[in-house]
Design a protein around this ligand. Structure first.
Ligand SMILES: CC(C)=CCC/C(C)=C/CC/C(C)=C/CC/C(C)=C/[C@@H]1[C@@H](COP(=O)(O)OP(=O)(O)O)[C@]1(C)CC/C=C(\C)CC/C=C(\C)CCC=C(C)C
Length: 592
C-alpha cells in the first residue's frame, strides 16, 4: 500500500479541477451539469472494461506500493478517479472556452459539398485508425497496447464525427483544437513524471518502445490525445444536438430545459435538408451584427442560453437594423420613409388579416437583401407591439435633429432640437431604450415562467424601463462628440442655458470642462435611475437574473469608466477594456 498515485491527483489533477470550477461556477447552467454528469458516466462505464482488460492481461500494471489498495474490476480506485477527473477537467475547459459561442449559428457552417468532403475525409482517416488498431492487436505483442487504444477510441470517434462533422468543422479552433491540446499536453507532462517515478508501468513486451520525448511513451501520448478528443467530440455532439433543438421551433416546438438523451438523439438525427436554412442564415447574420456593433451586449449574450439567447440576439438585430436605417439615411426624407416602412412592417406583422400582402412579401419588396432576415425572424408572435411602436416614435424624435445640420439657429420651433427639457430627455430615452428593456423582460418571462403575478410583472417592467433609460443616458454621455459630429445634442437645452451654452457651442466644440460637467450630471442621473430600478432584476425568473445583471452591468460599466476617465477610445467612443468587461461580467454573475 502507498500514496504515490493518490499524490499525483493531489498535486496534478485536483488543483486544475478546483481552479476551473471556481472560474466556471458563475457561468454554470443546469444543462452544463447535465453534460458533465453524462460525459463522466459514459467515460467511466466505457473505460472500465477496457482498462480492466489491460490490467488483467498485464499490459498495464501498478506496483502495489504506489496505490492505496481498493480496486474495481482490478482497477485501482485512483485510476477510476482519474477517468472521472480527466473528463471533468477537459469538459470544464471546453465549456469555459465555448461559453461565448452562439452554437445555433454553426449548424450549417460550410457548404453541403465541402461538408461531404470533410465527412468522407474524417471517416476514412478514422477507419484507417481502427484498421491499424485491429492490425496491431492481431500482429505482435509490442504493438498490443497502441492497438487497443486505437481500436477502442476509433469507433466512438468515428460515430461522433459522423453525427456532428458539419457542426464541428465550422466551430472556432478555440472550441475544438484548444480544449483537446491543452489538457493533452498537460497530461503528457504529468504522465512523464508518473512513469519516471514508477507510479504506473507499461509492460515492456506490449509497447513499441518509442518515446515522444524523454520519458513519454508513444502509447501514453496516444491515450491522452484519444481520450481528450473523445471528451471534446462528445461535448460538441451534445452542443450540436442542443443547437438544433433550440434553433428550429417549428421542428421542435417544446424543448425542456434538460432534453432527454432520446430528444437529443432525435435532434442530431434530423436530416439536414429538414433544417430551415434561411433561419440559420438569419441567426448567423444577427450574431455577426451583435458582435460587430456592441461589445458589451455581445459579451452579455454569452451568459444567456437556449431560446432566450436566440430571441435576444434577434431582437438586437432588428433594433440595430432599424436604428441604422434611420441614422445612416442620406437625407431626412429617406429617414422618414424608412420609419414609415418599419411602421407598415409592424402593421402587417401584428395585424396580417387587414393587409393583402404577407409579411414576407412586404419585406422582400421593401428592404435590401442584407437586412431582410432581421425583420423576418423578429419573434413578433409572442412580443407585444407597443414597445416597437414607441421605439419608432423615438426614431421620429431623432429626425428632428436634421434641421439643425443646415441651420444651427433655430428661431422657429420646427428647427429646434427635440430635447429641450429634462422631461423630454426622459421621454426620448424611454422610447429608445426603456422599450428595449421591456422587450427583454417580455422574452425572459416568455421563455422562463415563474410564479409572479401580473402585478409583479408590471412592477418589474416599470423598473426595467427605468434601468433602460439609465443605459440610454450612459449611451448619450459616451457619445457626446460622436453625436455632435452628426448634428445632434441630446443634453436638454435647459441644462445648456444654465451653463450659458447654446446647442451651436456644443456642436462646434463638444469637449472641454463645461461639457465634462454636463456629462457628469447626466451620469449622475443614470446611476440614480439604475440604483432605483436594478433591484427588480432579482424578481426575474431564476435562470435570467445573472445574465440580465451582466447585460445591465456591462453597459453601466461604460458609465463608470467615463466617470473615472479610464477608458480607451475606439471610433471616437469610450469603451471598456476587454479584460475589465470580462471581470465585471464574472464578478456580476458571482453575486448570489
Ligand atoms: C444580451 C442582450 C441583453 C441583448 C439584447 C439587447 C438589445 C435588444 C439591444 C437593443 C439595441 C439597439 C440597437 C436598440 C436601438 C435603440 C438604441 C440605440 C438603444 C440603446 C442601446 C445602446 O446600444 P449601442 O451602444 O449598441 O447603441 P449605439 O451604438 O449607440 O447605436 C441602448 C442603450 C438600449 C439598451 C437597453 C437594453 C439592452 C435593455 C437592457 C435590459 C434591461 C434594462 C432590463 C433590466 C431588467 C430589470 C428588471 C431592471
Amino acid at each position: 500500500m502507498g500514496y504515490e498515485y493518490a499524490l499525483v491527483h493531489l498535486k496534478f489533477t485536483i488543483p486544475p479541477a478546483i481552479i476551473l470550477s471556481v472560474l466556471y461556477r458563475p457561468l454554470v447552467t443546469a444543462a452544463d451539469i447535465y453534460k458533465i454528469v453524462f460525459l463522466v458516466t459514459v467515460a467511466v462505464v466505457s473505460t472500465i472494461p477496457w482498462d480492466s482488460y489491460l490490467i488483467r492481461n498485464r499490459i498495464w500494471s501498478y506496483p502495489s506500493n504506489v496505490i492505496i489498495g481498493p480496486t474495481l474490476f482490478q482497477i485501482p480506485l485512483e485510476e477510476v478517479f482519474f477517468f472521472m477527473i480527466q473528463t471533468y477537467n477537459t469538459s470544464l475547459l471546453y465549456l469555459l472556452l465555448s461559453k461565448p459561442t452562439f452554437h445555433s449559428a454553426y449548424i450549417l457552417s460550410v457548404s453541403r459539398q465541402k461538408a461531404r468532403a470533410y465527412r468522407t475525409a474524417g471517416q476514412l482517416l478514422l477507419a484507417l485508425v481502427i484498421a491499424k488498431g485491429v492490425y496491431y492487436i492481431r500482429d505482435a505483442k509490442e504493438k498490443t497496447y497502441l492497438g487497443l487504444i486505437l481500436a477502442w477510441a476509433g469507433p466512438v470517434l468515428l460515430f461522433l464525427w459522423t453525427i456532428a462533422y458539419q457542426f464541428l468543422v465550422g466551430l472556432p479552433w478555440t472550441n475544438t483544437i484548444l480544449p483537446i491540446i491543452l489538457p493533452t499536453v498537460y497530461l503528457w507532462i504529468v504522465d512523464t513524471l508518473a512513469l519516471r517515478r514508477g507510479t504506473w508501468v507499461i509492460e515492456a513486451g506490449t509497447k513499441f518502445g518509442w518515446q515522444l520525448w524523454d520519458g513519454l511513451e508513444i502509447e501514453e501520448a496516444a491515450f491522452f490525445l484519444a481520450t481528450n478528443t473523445l471528451i471534446v467530440f462528445g461535448l460538441i455532439a451534445f452542443d450540436n444536438a442542443l443547437a438544433i433543438l433550440y434553433a428550429f421551433p417549428t421542428l421542435f416546438p417544446n424543448v425542456p430545459p434538460l432534453p432527454s438523451p432520446a430528444q437529443l438523439t432525435l435532434g442530431l438525427l434530423t436530416p439536414s435538408d429538414k433544417y430551415d436554412e434561411e433561419r440559420v442564415r438569419g441567426l448567423k447574420d444577427a450574431v455577426a451584427r451583435l458582435r460587430g456593433k456592441s461589445r458589451s451586449f455581445y459579451l452579455a449574450s454569452g451568459a444567456f442560453y437556449g431560446r432566450l439567447r436566440i430571441d435576444l440576439i434577434l431582437v438586437y438585430s432588428f433594433c440595430r437594423v432599424a436604428d441604422d436605417l434611420v441614422d445612416h439615411a442620406q437625407a431626412p426624407q429617406e429617414a422618414r420613409d424608412w420609419i414609415m416602412k418599419l411602421q407598415k412592417f409592424m402593421d402587417i406583422a401584428y395585424e396580417p388579416s387587414k393587409h393583402s400582402q404577407s409579411v414576407r412579401e412586404y419585406v422582400m419588396d421593401t428592404f435590401s437583401a442584407d437586412i431582410r432576415l432581421a425583420l423576418l425572424l423578429l419573434p413578433t408572435s409572442y412580443l407585444p407591439r407597443k414597445p416597437f411602436d414607441e421605439l419608432l416614435e423615438g426614431f421620429w424624435m431623432d429626425l428632428q435633429f436634421e434641421g439643425l445640420k443646415s441651420d444651427t439657429q433655430f428661431p422657429d420651433s420646427e428647427l429646434a432640437p427635440p430635447i429641450k427639457s429634462e422631461q423630454e430627455l426622459e421621454i426620448y430615452a424611454s422610447r429608445v431604450a426603456g422599450t428595449v428593456a421591456e422587450l427583454c423582460i417580455e422574452l425572459a418571462f416568455h421563455h422562463h415562467c415563474n410564479n409572479s403575478t401580473a402585478d409583479d410583472r408590471s412592477a418589474i417592467v416599470k423598473h426595467g424601463h427605468q434601468v433602460g433609460i439609465a443605459l440610454q443616458y450612459v449611451n448619450i454621455a459616451r457619445d457626446i462628440s460622436v453625436d455632435a459630429s452628426i448634428g445632434r445634442v441630446y443634453m436638454p437645452l435647459t441644462w445648456l442655458s444654465e451653463e450659458n451654452l447654446t446647442v451651436e457651442d456644443v456642436l462646434k466644440s463638444p469637449k472641454g470642462p463645461v461639457v465634462d460637467g454636463l456629462r457628469s450630471r447626466l451620469l449622475d442621473k443614470a446611476f440614480e435611475l439604475y440604483n432605483g430600478g436594478r433591484v427588480a432584476i432579482e424578481d426575474l425568473p431564476d435562470p435570467v437574473r445573472g445574465p440580465m445583471r451582466v447585460a445591465v452591468e456591462s453597459y453601466m460599466e461604460i458609465g463608470r469608466v467615463l466617470r473615472q476617465k479610464e477608458y480607451q477610445v475606439k471610433s471616437g467612443r469610450a469603451t471598456v477594456p476587454k479584460k475589465r468587461r470580462i471581470w465585471v461580467a464574472w464578478k456580476t454573475l458571482n453575486r448570489l
